[in-house]
Design a binder for this molecule. Structure first.
Ligand code: RUQ
Ligand code: CUA
Length: 660
């Protein structure tokens, strides 16, 4: 394009875009035309920006003070955390500590509330301080995100965490008493009655020792339905239950919605029952688990299972958990299988709840199953049992359509216009295709857009609810390669934001390096659905119980109380003062230390670190937090506020004397 022509086009585009850009006070088009600085074009041409780049910038650039429309909660993978990201700016808002200690939030560095939560996730007395978070699930009401709670799994040690979105803090970790790893989790039922967790790599239930030669007899999978109590904001293990399933490697799940509410669907691989051992001359896992052309979709009637799990005599209690054994699950019509093409990965229910999309991974197709067809096939009784006695429904009775998309289809999301979007890992591309209802001819590949590179999950705005928003789609790419300035051999992931509005082609409009974790799945919620607190509701608040703390200290009532070797410190923090300023101890004392942040002002957080004793706290306005330690080493120690809270922040310190 000639330079003058290019400038004219860009000017026109800039004007149009700015006019279309939603701001409170919208300048009139003529104002913008005039206000548009002449140097804007110079900047664009100097930086070599194309009209598409300028359009992308205008869609994502978020001026200071303007809030994002959406919040994306992305799992952090083996960083063990969850990351909250504003959209469309793609600015990181918070790294939420979940399974892994995090110093800035004072999580896992002495504070009693965080140690209590982290210790709930210990395994047989072993302190677990890492995690592998995969699939966040926002709580739902009627199949819509309600903005109250967020759940996340730890694949490595089979644990589930509950995050309260009023303060974005982890409140509970539950350890699955029968599994040592999971993957098909977390997924919630449309009213969050249950949070689902399914195993991945089969082990004996309770992960007890059994030689691999006994794989078929002793190794099993488990679907776990964790009962969530909205009143307490906690999972209630007493009311939760498991369903024993074959030792296939179950992968990803989705809960039914609307017509399919009460059901859940999970796919699997390794229906070959490969047990590895390449060192003994067996086929390596990656070959052994990929021999068959089909694996099995698992179909669960969760509502029926809840009934059975509440009926004395129909379940067994294993390690304290009620378990419906496989034979009972078959007998009661709780578990069915259906063939699915070669080592699939994603399983995603359409917004109307009528269809289920399974992506092939080693097959270029997505396969669409009809819930209605599944019900009819169950009623028709033409199933044949697999080698564990679980009925396998005939493929042609349950399948609605197959669409060839390309290489390595993984995960599917939806917009509100009857379209589906599927990631292609091997092709490094996203596809858009149409949903056809009961008409196989209605399923058509519409377009394909390259992404950089090796896309895993994708997330669309409210894209797995009963009413997806369309508009934005994020590709959570595994490889970044050449997208960013080099930061050494460990690269960030590349999260790419795509504009999927209108009928035009999908366009990448932002690249966001994620240098603090490897997001797998993410969910994107309208930001105004979350009513988070600016400060805690009362001064002296215990965030773990979300109620007033018995250890709250009022201004003027600070104290140091000695009872033999037990010393209790009742401290307050307010700009720019920690009271008391001197804490005298004797070597060998057991110290319990409470600090109340007396502030009621938005953002007036105080931090606290005690040198030499590994203590780090973050005390939000109104919060009371506690820690305990043994003063094993004598000396003169300093503690101080770690948040630059005021002009006299550096003065916000004190001495702790430990007399030998
Ligand atoms: S999984 S992409 Cu848990 Cu698909 Cu990672
Ligand atoms: Cu409080 Cu710095």
């Amino acid at each position: 394009m000639k330079k003058s022509l290019w400038i004219a086009f860009t000017l026109l585009l800039l004007t149009l875009m700015l006019v279309g850009c939603g701001r409170d006070k919208e300048p009139a088009a003529e104002d913008l035309g005039e206000a548009l600085p002449a140097d804007a074009l110079a900047v664009a041409s100097e930086r070599g920006l194309s009209p598409d780049d300028i359009r992308a910038a205008l869609m994502t650039y978020t001026p200071s003070g303007i809030l994002d429309e959406y919040i994306m909660f992305a799992s952090g993978g083996h960083s063990g955390n969850v990351i909250a990201i504003g959209m469309p700016s793609m600015r990181i808002l918070k790294n939420i500590a979940v399974f892994t200690p995090e110093s800035w939030q004072g999580y896992g560095y002495g504070s009693t509330d965080s140690e209590t939560v982290l210790n709930q996730g210990n395994v047989n007395g072993v302190e677990i301080r890492t995690g592998d978070t995969h699939h966040p699930a926002l709580s739902e009401t009627g199949g819509e995100y309600d903005g109250d709670w967020l759940f996340i799994n730890d694949k490595a040690s089979a644990r589930i965490a509950v995050i309260d979105l009023r303060d974005y803090e982890t409140k509970q970790i539950v350890k699955n008493p029968l599994l040592i790893n999971n993957h098909g989790s977390t997924f919630v039922m449309p009213n969050t009655e249950y949070v689902l967790e399914e195993s991945q790599y089969a082990t004996p239930l309770g992960w007890e020792f059994a030689p691999i030669s006994e794989y078929k007899e002793k190794y099993r999978g488990l679907m776990t339905a964790w009962k969530f109590d909205r009143e307490t904001g906690r999972i209630d293990p007493e009311l939760s239950f498991g369903i024993e399933i074959p030792p296939y490697w179950q992968d990803l799940c989705d809960a039914g919605k609307l017509v399919s509410e009460g059901w859940a669907f999970c796919n699997s691989f390794n229906t070959e029952l490969a047990t590895g051992g390449v060192e003994q001359g067996n086929p390596p896992f990656e070959a052994g688990v990929s021999q068959r052309d089909v694996d099995y979709l698992h179909i669960f009637n969760i509502n029926k299972a809840a009934e059975v799990a509440a009926t004395e005599g129909k379940y067994e209690v294993m390690n304290g958990m009620r378990v419906i054994r496989m034979a009972t699950a078959v007998e009661e019509g709780i578990l069915y299988l259906a063939p699915e093409p070669k080592s699939p990965h994603g399983a995603d229910v359409t917004p109307d709840g009528k269809y289920l999309v399974v992506a092939g991974k080693l097959d270029p197709h997505v396969t669409i199953y009809g819930f209605d067809k599944i019900q009819k096939a169950i009623a028709a009784g033409n199933a044949t049992p697999d080698e564990f006695g679980v009925p396998v429904l005939p493929f042609d009775e349950v399948m609605v359509a197959q669409v060839e998309l390309g290489l390595g289809p993984l995960h599917t999301q939806f917009d509100g216009e009857g379209n589906a979007y599927t990631s292609l890992f091997l092709d490094s591309a996203l596809t858009k295709w149409s949903l056809g209802g009961d008409d196989p001819a209605g399923y058509k590949l519409l377009e394909k857009t390259p992404v950089q590179y090796n896309v895993g999950h994708i997330a669309a705005a409210e894209g797995d609810t009963v009413s997806p928003d369309g508009k934005y789609l994020v590709a959570l790419n595994k490889w970044a390669v050449d997208r960013f300035v080099s930061v050494g051999p460990l690269l960030p992931q590349n999260l790419q934001l795509l504009d999927i509005s209108g009928d035009g082609p999908m366009k990448v409009i932002y690249d966001m390096p994620m240098g603090i974790g490897e997001p797998h799945y993410a969910q994107i919620i309208k930001a105004d659905k979350i009513e988070s607190w600016n400060t805690y509701p009362e001064v002296g608040w215990d965030p773990l119980t979300q109620s007033p703390s018995e250890f709250a200290t009022k201004a003027g009532e600070e104290s140091i109380v000695r009872d033999g070797n037990n010393v209790t410190v009742n401290m307050t923090a307010i700009r720019s003062h920690l009271t008391p300023e001197h804490v005298p101890l004797k070597q060998g004392d057991h110290v319990t230390w409470h600090i109340t942040n007396l502030e009621t002002a938005h953002d007036a957080t105080h931090g606290f670190q005690l040198g030499g004793y590994n203590i780090s706290l973050s005390i939000e306005p109104g919060e009371t937090t506690s820690f305990e330690f043994d003063a094993v080493n004598s000396g003169t120690y300093t503690y101080y506020c770690t948040e630059f809270c005021s002009a006299l922040h550096l003065e916000m310190m004190g001495y702790m004397f430990v007399e030998p």
